[in-house]
Design a protein around this ligand. Structure first.
Ligand SMILES: Cc1cc2nc3c(=O)[nH]c(=O)nc-3n(C[C@H](O)[C@H](O)[C@H](O)COP(=O)(O)OP(=O)(O)OC[C@H]3O[C@@H](n4cnc5c(N)ncnc54)[C@H](O)[C@@H]3O)c2cc1C
Length: 498
């Protein structure tokens, strides 16, 4: 039986960040993943001569000294990846016009005031409040302020954060600006967080917002795989291992204390601590026998609301996207202006109506594919229940939805269909198959007010020496959220093992 300090189940962003941080702190780490590539959603795949990024469209805070950069730096990975600043955080295409959202918050505010002059004073107050939120977050993320001081000063220094943590995105925006047109435009990016503004916790809209508009939006050279590989290299260079095609089938417990894992071929590994980057449902429902886990805890976790999945069409073209007039990096097509209605369209699988986003990888990273091999994706929020389980029906539905996407894109960019060389449709079932996340959830538990901030599932479990990390746990989903959870839990494990 091989012996490690820490065993990590799952090489997603949370598992790798946790493993990398612990490796840097001197622990011998082994990471196990059932997939052939490391990264969970944060991977690339190849079809013919095309390289597709599974997940990354954009992240904030990767500039030197910024929030995400600091976490990656502590994990030893910041200088192993090259952030590529985006020209615009995103662009919006309505039926009438395309609007590129400016990089700088000050310019964005001016644009909004030009578009909605009657709302000027509300817009000014909203932006002032967002800056205050950013200051509060910077205080919490400041590595030079000790944890005890942050805790003691939290009620005094983080008043807005406390207040907004109990409000939805809509409740916050409407406090400042009443106009529906402004509201719909300003919150158009809701799809990135998986719930419409009427249900989405304001923290999960505004904290990434500050990252995007105050710190800057980035892609990473080489795509999501380059991000994950950077974390893998830290683990391996510190004597750890990342073992792929290794499915963990059991967490070994003795008297409610985790001491190892068993993989599918029966091999056992022992460690002082076990970290699971798999979903709580899979960890507690499949990897631990029922009687070994606190029933109340288990029931509480298994009855939480799961967040949505995504359907994404990966398209390889026989020309650069700019030849077809596609020159934005990330473009949201806002055909339906009412976000609550659009969410329902997505959840009911109305693929011909639901708003979708187009990402132009050829523009974000010119080196990912040759110039004449354009790569774009079309993405929308989706529900696994829209996808039949039966193989043949599923295959037909994939074909039907691929055609709908291509027709819609061809409507915006005539001639696009003729340039399509290859397509691959990732559905919620694909997401579930590769990551084992229930319902193919991409941000873990739904990011509602009741499941966010300090109410989000903690990394601690009632089983001694067993932790959960990743999008399902605090602080939440996305590359930065999942990496932060892994980093924070690594720090706690270090304090316990020291
Ligand atoms: C199409 C798409 C677009 C996205 N766009 C963005 C974006 O632009 N920006 C952003 O910040 N976020 C984006 N996200 C979300 C982001 O990718 C995820 O929130 C984040 O990567 C989740 O990381 P995680 O740590 O929770 O791990 P996951 O990615 O969920 O990985 C979990 C890992 O655990 C492994 N595992 C599970 N069970 C076992 C087992 N029994 N044995 C071994 N291994 C196991 C799985 O194989 C998997 O590798 C996107 C996601 C998708 C799908």
């Amino acid at each position: 039986m091989e012996l490690y300090d820490v065993l990590v189940i799952g090489a997603g962003v949370g598992g790798l960040a946790c493993g990398a941080r612990l490796s840097r702190l001197g622990y011998k780490v082994a990471v196990f993943d059932h997939h052939y590539a490391a990264g969970g959603y944060a991977t690339n795949f190849k079809r013919k001569e095309y390289t597709f990024d599974v997940a990354l469209h954009g992240v904030g805070g990767l500039g030197a000294g910024q929030s995400f950069h600091r976490i990656l730096d502590a994990c030893g990975a910041a200088d192993r990846m090259i952030p590529l600043p985006k020209e615009h955080p995103y662009s919006i295409q309505t039926l009438q016009q395309r609007i590129d959202i400016p990089k700088q918050a000050t310019e964005y505010k001016q644009l909004l005031i030009r578009m909605f002059p009657d709302e000027k004073s509300g817009i000014d107050s909203l932006f002032a409040a967002i800056y205050r939120l950013h200051e509060e977050m910077s205080f919490l993320q400041d590595p030079d302020v000790p944890g005890w001081k942050k805790g003691a000063l939290f009620p005094l220094r983080c008043r807005l954060l406390m207040k907004w943590s109990g409000l939805t995105t809509e409740q916050v925006v409407r406090q400042y600006v009443k106009s529906d047109a402004f509201f719909n435009f300003f919150t158009a990016l809701w799809g990135y967080y998986g719930l419409p503004p009427s249900r989405l916790s304001s923290l999960y809209f505004f904290i990434p917002w500050t990252g995007y508009h105050i710190e800057g939006t980035y892609y990473i050279k080489g795509g999501a795989q380059a991000f994950s590989d950077a974390l893998v290299s830290v683990i391996e260079e510190h004597g750890g291992k990342v073992m792929l095609r290794r499915e963990v089938t059991e967490i070994l417990l003795d008297n409610k204390k985790a001491y190892g894992i068993r993989i599918k071929d029966g091999t056992e590994y022992r460690g002082k601590w076990v970290v699971s980057n798999a979903s709580p449902a899979h960890t507690l429902g499949n990897l631990i026998r029922e009687h070994e886990c606190g029933m109340r805890y288990r029931k509480k976790l298994l009855t939480k609301r799961i967040g949505p999945s995504l359907t994404q069409l990966y398209i390889g073209l026989s020309c650069h996207p700019e030849v077809l007039g596609i020159d934005a990096e990330d473009l949201l097509f806002l055909e339906e202006q009412d976000h609550a209605k659009d969410y329902e369209n997505c959840m009911h699988g109305l693929y011909d109506k639901a708003n979708f986003g187009l990402t132009n990888y050829s523009k974000m990273d010119a080196a990912l594919n040759a110039y004449e091999r354009g790569v774009i994706t079309a993405t929308l929020i989706d529900d696994i229940r829209n996808w039949p389980e039966e193989k043949e029906a599923y295959r037909w539905k994939k074909k039907e939805v691929t055609d709908i996407f291509l027709d819609r894109l061809d409507g915006y960019y005539p001639g696009l269909r003729e340039k399509v060389v290859i397509t691959e449709l990732g559905t919620p079932r694909t997401m579930m198959r590769y990551t084992k996340n229930p319902e193919g959830a991409v941000y873990g538990f739904a990011q509602t007010v009741a499941q966010s901030g300090i109410k989000r599932t903690s990394s601690r479990t009632p089983i001694s020496c067993l932790s959960l990390v990743g999008a399902w746990t605090q602080p939440g989903g996305g590359f930065q959220g999942a990496a932060t959870s892994g980093f924070m839990e690594a720090e706690r494990i270090h304090r316990r093992l020291q």
